[in-house]
Design a protein around this ligand. Structure first.
Ligand SMILES: NC(=O)c1ccc[n+]([C@@H]2O[C@H](COP(=O)([O-])OP(=O)(O)OC[C@H]3O[C@@H](n4cnc5c(N)ncnc54)[C@H](O)[C@@H]3O)[C@@H](O)[C@H]2O)c1
Length: 388
């Protein structure tokens, strides 16, 4: 209900908006659109919370609105393979909405099949599940709700750093199993105070993490292609590192906070991991493909990496046999965080921006627009500009 009333008020305010994108589309003739939403199943949990809208059952809380405007809204979790429900609707779909937690991989092949496609909208951060080059070549707009769940993610990173540095998991397992072996925990449980923590990427999430780490009296470093302005750098208390390979050997904890792009895929390979301090803790908040899976598994097994936490989809865990074996070996010093079922635009009520990658008709390069508004509003703003 709360989501629905938020949606209605957001739409009302959008209708009075004088923005050019929105008013341009408002004056376009209304057309019945087919919108396909791809989300995970909520199952029994969908019934526990009416505001849990990021799942198939909740359908983002926009079904009533879309159908009242005459649009067709198909929602499914079935997205893999050419017989999937997603593929069945591709040929006449205008809009595909997905989340990073259960991504609809929009490949060049799928784009080719989808003759009516106009918009690929992510209710969350990251568009790496879309073949951006193919989308650009087809003149599609790819939009995501940048900034929408950054507080949740930064808090979660802090949690994961503490869990690994404090050696929480073995203690938890002891407690569950009714054991009491202090040495088994204490031999590798440390304080965060005085440790050197470096973030690889200090954008929205990286900055929030650094701000949260400041009171712990750590030595904070960051590597990014963009340097913060001096006032912010001073306020956060983090030192800029120009070279990634120069920062890594200094860090007790490394947190990865950069997007998966052609430049960052496989960035943490065997050689780069070897440059890290022995006993380093790595928290990879970004996409798994930034890290060479086998290399990190080997480094954990050898003890070069003392703790590793990654965000992971079930697919990665169930299809990579060597990794699964490795999990068994170092289960105690690894913490796997499955994608959480948080819906980006529902978790954020703070100011955020929307990044839209799009292609101009004559130019193959992407250009970016930024709108400052709240997560839910920007999501609806962009969807609304295509369907109203
Ligand atoms: N695990 C989760 O639940 C979750 C949730 C949200 C986002 N994410 C991931 O976190 C990433 C970062 O999110 P954000 O909101 O902070 O994004 P952001 O765009 O605000 O920040 C990314 C930072 O990385 C830097 N960067 C990008 N490419 C670089 C390169 N090649 N070399 C050096 N620096 C580079 C950018 O300059 C920017 O400062 C997302 O792309 C997404 O993959 C994960």
């Amino acid at each position: 209900m709360a989501m629905k009333s938020a949606a209605s008020s957001a739409i009302r305010s959008l209708l009075s908006s004088s923005s050019s994108t929105f008013s341009r589309n408002l004056h376009a003739p209304a057309e019945r659109k087919k919108i396909v939403g791809v989300f995970y199943k909520g199952g029994e949990y969908a019934k526990l919370n009416p505001n849990f809208v990021g799942c198939v059952e909740g359908a983002l809380g926009i079904r009533e609105w879309l159908e009242s405007l005459g649009h067709q809204y198909i929602v499914t979790d079935d997205k893999e393979g050419s017989n999937s429900e997603l593929d069945k609707h591709l040929h006449d779909a205008h809009i595909i909405i997905s989340t990073p937690f259960h991504p609809a991989y929009v490949t060049a092949e799928r784009i080719k099949k989808a003759k009516n496609l106009e918009l690929l909208l992510t209710a969350g951060i990251g568009s790496d599940h879309v073949d951006l080059k193919a989308a650009a070549a087809a003149g599609l707009t790819v939009a995501e709700v940048t900034g929408s769940n950054v507080v949740s993610v930064a808090e979660d990173e802090l949690l994961r750093i503490l869990v690994l540095v404090r050696n929480f998991l073995p203690g938890y397992h002891q407690a569950v199993n009714g054991e009491w072996n202090v040495a088994g925990i204490a031999h590798r449980a440390y304080d965060l105070e005085g440790k050197t923590i470096g973030t690889v990427g200090a954008g929205r999430i990286g900055k929030l993490l650094l701000q949260r780490l400041k009171p712990f009296n750590c030595n904070l470093l960051y590597y990014d292609r963009l340097r913060m302005n001096p006032e912010l750098e001073k306020e956060i208390g983090a030192k800029f590192e120009e070279e990634l390979d120069a920062m890594l050997p200094k860090c007790d904890v490394i947190v990865i906070n950069m997007p998966l792009t052609e430049q960052t895929r496989g960035l943490f390979d065997k050689n780069r991991i070897a440059k890290c301090k022995k006993g380093v803790v790595i928290v990879n908040n970004a996409r798994g493909a930034i890290m060479d899976t086998q290399a990190i598994a080997d480094a954990c097994t050898s003890g070069h990496v003392a703790g590793n936490s990654k965000t992971s989809s079930q697919k990665i865990l169930s299809t990579t046999k060597t990794y699964e074996t490795a999990i068994m070996i170092f289960v105690m010093n690894n913490l796997y965080r499955l994608w959480r079922g948080c819906l980006a635009c529902a978790t954020s009520s703070k100011g955020s921006s929307m990044a839209i990658h799009a292609k101009s008709c004559n130019d193959s390069s992407y250009f970016w627009h930024y709108h400052r508004c709240t997560g839910i509003i920007e999501f609806l703003y962009y969807l609304g500009s295509f369907i109203m």
